[in-house]
Ligand binder design. Sequence first.
Ligand SMILES: [Zn+2]
Length: 136
Amino acid sequence: MVTDIIRVQPAPEQRQAFARWAVRQTPKIRTVDPTTFAVPAHLFAIAPEAILTGAQVDGHPYITPTLEDFEDFPELAEALKAVPGEPLPDVPASAYPPDSVPLDPPPDDGLDCCGRTFKSPRAVAAHRRHVHPEES
Ligand SMILES: [Zn+2]
């Protein structure tokens, strides 16, 4: 299995906080040099914003996304209202290009869809109506 690795060099003032977060992940995030961490992409996606502030990410300055970045995509701005530790809000169907295809079709039963586990049959049904209207 190939894992995408993102090299993160935290800002000096965030290095300790980043290291504390890194060692709490499973498996632990390793360093590639004294100031750079090798972060699997799926963990980078959930790293707290604060420890990325001022970091170099794959050699580029990390830029904190702002609502202004989503001016042209108001429906995507909803994603920035996500609560850490909670599933991301659904992206509206209009956010997908007309020829897009879902990566993983929903199972016939259960609460899993699109790699997420929903808390109730009602929640997964709402998700499916919203994201996979062609299947209802
Ligand atoms: Zn789904």
